[in-house]
Design a protein around this ligand. Structure first.
Ligand code: AMP
Ligand code: GLY
Length: 436
């Protein structure tokens, strides 16, 4: 094993294609330990920091073979789908350190029921729930409990499998939708939860399966429209740290993350990677809404710019079970990131629009533009290639200044159909009362 002061480089394979992966790629490439960086498949931004490669990221054998053939010394898995199908297991079996849990650990995200059961055994606070594999019993439970309720398809449903139902008819409709196959296999088991209230807060943590190193807090804005209205999206904007969290709430969230990893270890699950805790800060204290088995997107785009550590060192420490040796440190500035989307997102939208002004925005001090749904054409122009197109991240000494800077940078960028929320971080700026 390499000593921690060894400055030899290693080649790295990163899987994924979103803004999260562009942020991961930038941070990995900034490390003196990073040799060649491959991103599979990458996007129009990752080409500037590494080599985009065409590889089926959800084929465990193909990923392990590629990493072996190219002599990679670390594989980093960005999205959930490769984790759930066991890409990390295949990479580790091939003898290559991997950042990301195996298929067993990835069930924390891949099955809402599995994660609720782990939470139950770990004694972790979460919403009361029932789980069902047939529509009739689910409907009976819904009618017995009454609205409001939250109906969740068990499996991965690209963020669409959660319905917050304020009316009984909505909950019944959601149950029907899950069992009618709208979410494919993901909906064959349904979890129905009590509805919690309060501000949401994410706490991501690095872990090697034993030691847990929490990152700083962050908060996403999931709804498409200003005022937290409209359909859920992959995330429209985010900030870090979350100024409204009390010290007691923070300590409780950290305790919950530690208790969860300890429970997984006790159950024989060797979880090495990022565990993402999605919390609601309820009047009765923080409760878990969900766990993800990976970095958040767009949370990563505000967390990594604030991380002072060498990311290659931290990820290797997770993969090689020596995270105990690592202390994380954070830049004191606030980070705010605004997502620029294609008109129509999260519904249908057009692609292939020429994007201008990225260089002007990046020329501003403390502004970084992470690419999400973009691609570079043969002439070197950057084109829109997805619903979430760019993440404009700004750092500043105060929350308000970071917000202002991010929005100023957004104005420099243009493409046909450019859409954004103008109220990212506004509630946090107004204080905790804004959630009452
Ligand atoms: P999840 O994917 O489970 O985090 O759910 C997506 C979003 O649905 C969360 O970010 C919350 O806004 C909302 N949500 C999930 N579970 C609950 C709950 N039990 N009570 C209230 N809102 C919830
Ligand atoms: N931003 C929410 C997620 O990554 O799941």
């Amino acid at each position: 094993m390499a000593a921690t002061n060894d400055v030899s480089t290693l080649d790295i394979l990163l899987l994924g294609s979103g803004g999260r992966e562009h942020a991961l790629a930038c941070k990995l490439a900034a490390s003196p330990r990073c040799g060649k960086l491959y991103i599979a498949p990458g996007n129009g931004g990752t080409v500037a920091v590494g080599e985009n490669v065409s590889l089926d990221a959800e084929d465990p054998a193909a990923v392990a073979d590629f990493a072996c053939e190219t002599g990679c010394g670390l594989v980093v898995i960005g999205p959930e789908a490769p984790l759930v199908v066991g890409v990390a297991d295949a990479v580790r079996e091939a003898g290559i350190p991997c950042f990301g849990p195996g298929a067993a650990g990835a069930q924390m995200e891949g099955s809402k029921l599995f994660s609720k059961q782990v939470m139950g055994r770990a004694g972790v606070p979460t919403a009361a729930y029932g789980s069902f594999t047939d529509e009739e019993s689910a409907l009976a439970y819904v009618r017995e409990q009454g609205a409001p309720l939250v109906v969740k398809a068990d499996g991965l449903a690209a963020g669409k499998g959660v319905i917050v139902a304020t009316e009984l008819a909505q909950a019944e409709e959601a149950v029907h939708e899950c069992f009618s196959g709208t979410f494919g296999d993901a909906g064959s088991t349904v979890v129905i939860e009590e509805m919690l209230t309060g501000p949401e807060c994410s706490l991501l943590a690095f872990t090697d399966g034993r030691c847990v190193r929490p990152m700083d807090t962050s908060q996403d804005h999931k709804r498409a429209l200003e005022g937290d209205l409209g359909p859920n999206t992959g995330g429209m904007g985010v900030y870090s740290p979350v100024p409204i969290v009390t010290d007691e709430e923070h300590a409780e969230m950290v305790r919950i993350m530690e208790a969860t990893v300890a429970e997984l270890a006790a159950e024989g699950i060797d979880y090495r990677g990022c565990l993402y805790g999605g919390f609601m800060l309820t009047p009765a204290g923080p409760k878990v809404l969900e766990f993800n088995a990976r970095f958040g997107d767009p949370e990563t785009q505000v967390i990594l710019p604030r991380l002072e550590n060498d990311l290659v060192e931290v990820m290797l420490a997770c993969a090689e079970q020596r995270l105990d040796d690592v202390e994380l440190s954070w830049r004191p500035e606030y980070a705010v990131s605004v997502v620029l989307t294609s008109a129509g997102y999260p519904g249908s939208y057009e692609k292939g629009k020429v994007i201008t002004g990225i260089e002007d925005a990046e020329a501003m001090d403390d502004v970084t533009v992470y690419h999400a749904g973009t691609r570079m054409d043969d002439e070197g122009r950057v084109l829109t290639n997805g619903g979430r197109v760019l993440n404009v991240t700004a750092l500043a000494p105060t929350f308000e200044a970071a917000r202002d800077l991010a929005y100023e940078a957004c104005e420099k960028i243009d493409f046909e159909g450019k859409t954004l929320r103008h109220d990212i971080g506004l509630r946090a700026l107004r204080g905790r009362e804004a959630w009452d």
